[in-house]
Design a protein around this ligand. Structure first.
Ligand code: SAH
Ligand code: SF4
Ligand code: F3S
Length: 436
């Protein structure tokens, strides 16, 4: 038998790309490819790219440049570009980078094996359609997974058109996958040992497959025996329906964790961003969520240095952060993206944006520490995902998604235990098993 061909995939950007990369690896697996961590031994290299900020997009071109000597040493090697840069820049990639054999947009991954055969005679192949058929229906079944946690994409695309964002262009309009399909995919994952599922979507709380909202989908998933934890991301504040807020209060498998990006605390900037909510509306929403689930850990995304942002606007962001008290947050410096409305506006001086980014990051880091320290002495669930570095130690995620080191010589990967948190360090918590 000839040796299996090797596939190297590099994933940039969001969790939806992580999920897509797994599905593409499975599709290529059906063609006899096994994955490798080493690009040098690969017969095919696939870059699953992100277009969200300029840096992320430019990284793809420098990574492609670095693949050139590999391909020269191994002329049969195929190089593919997938993901949001593929969708946004399409043929431009083939022009700038003649070493690329194929460019495939996020909605066409099921066509990847067939596209690859068409590159046989050295042709460059491109597919950035938004086909009518659902790529997921045409991809092979889920394979064995590495740990007890898995992603499940339930919705793709976005209709919100925030003024800074490329996603509505790269991923297209909102599409929800049929609920029954998702229930059977979730059951298959649980049969393969998955205990913890994070539902993914660009705008996941707008899910409306088969006329079900996200809350209904979560409640039906929660009935799957063996599935122990459910989370979802990323949500838009305007789509937090009452039944979803209620589910945080009464669905025990829905974890006390919510990523709810607000981007800015200034109403003037929120308006310019086309976010369609005010800071006050966001804060009221947080109150309702906390009324349903008082111990919920909240996280967010922020953009600083959006065009026109004044010191007072930035101060409004700082005071919103102080008012909420986040468990963690991503902070980004505004990056002008071609084709978005905000890119038409003059940018702030880089030093101003840098200083604001630092100030916001410092505040968030303090809040993150405080949230971790507040866990000390409390009893929480931990799902083990791997053995720890020390003997007799396991590492897992808490209900609130903190990394936790637990002393438990009998612990098994995939086991859900109750622990008491004993200490907090920079990026993780330490715990001992709770006494029954
Ligand atoms: N769908 C999600 C997030 C999509 S992108 C949501 O609506 O929140 C992830 C994050 O990247 C965004 O929340 C935003 O904070 C950031 N982002 C998006 N476009 C950006 C840009 N042009 N410059 C800087 N950050 C950006
Ligand atoms: Fe982008 Fe999120 Fe806004 Fe959609 S809701 S346009 S994905 S930031
Ligand atoms: Fe990036 Fe596309 Fe995700 S732009 S953040 S990979 S949807």
């Amino acid at each position: 038998m000839s040796e299996a061909k090797k596939l190297f995939i590099k994933t940039y950007g969001c969790q939806m790309n992580v999920y897509d990369s797994e599905r593409m690896a499975e599709a290529m697996g059906a063609q006899g490819y096994v994955t490798t961590e080493n690009a040098e031994e690969a017969d095919m290299v696939l870059l699953n790219t992100c277009h969200i900020r300029e840096k992320a997009a430019e990284k793809v071109y420098s990574d492609l440049g670095r693949l050139r000597p590999l391909k020269q040493a191994k002329p049969g090697m195929k190089i593919g570009v997938a993901g949001c840069v593929a969708q946004a820049e399409g043929a431009e990639i083939l022009r700038r980078m003649p070493l690329v054999d194929l460019v495939v947009g996020p909605q066409s991954y099921h066509r990847l094996p067939e596209m690859l055969t068409r590159t046989g005679n050295g042709a460059q192949v491109i597919d950035t359609d938004f086909p009518a058929e659902d790529k997921f229906d045409h991809l092979p079944e889920r394979k064995a997974l590495r740990g007890p946690s898995a992603f499940l994409t339930v919705q793709e695309g976005c209709d919100k058109f925030c003024a800074f964002c490329v996603v509505p262009y790269t991923r297209g309009a909102e599409v929800s996958r049929p609920a029954q399909r998702l229930l059977s995919e979730a059951r298959a994952l649980v049969e393969k040992g998955v205990r913890d599922i994070t539902l993914l979507g660009q705008n996941v709380n707008a899910y409306h497959g088969d006329g079900w909202g996200l809350a209904r989908l979560i409640r039906e998933l929660a009935r799957i025996e063996g599935l122990q934890r459910i989370r979802y991301m990323t949500s838009h504040p305007n789509d937090m329906e009452d039944d979803l807020v209620a589910a945080h209060g009464d669905e025990p498998k829905l974890m006390p964790y919510l990523h709810l990006p607000v981007q800015s605390g200034s109403d003037r900037i929120l308006k310019a961003m086309n976010r369609k909510h005010t800071a006050e509306q966001y804060l009221r929403l947080i109150e309702r969520i906390r009324a349903a689930r008082p111990d919920i850990l909240l996280t967010s995304d922020f953009i600083v240095g959006f065009p026109g942002e004044t010191d007072a606007d930035f101060e409004a962001t700082m005071s919103l952060v102080r008012a909420v008290g986040y468990g963690a947050a991503y902070t980004f410096k505004y990056s002008a993206r071609p084709g978005t409305p905000a890119a038409e506006k003059p940018e702030l001086p880089a030093e101003v944006a840098d200083a604001r980014l630092q100030a916001l990051q410092a505040l968030i880091t303090r809040q993150q520490r405080a949230a971790q320290e507040a866990m000390v002495g409390r009893e929480v669930g931990v799902l083990y995902d791997k053995p720890g570095r020390l003997p007799g130690q396991m590492v897992g995620k808490s209900d609130h998604l903190h990394a936790v080191h637990v002393t438990d010589p009998e612990g098994q990967v995939g086991q859900l235990v109750r622990v008491r948190i004993t200490a907090s360090s920079t990026n993780s918590l330490a715990a001992e098993l709770a006494r029954a």
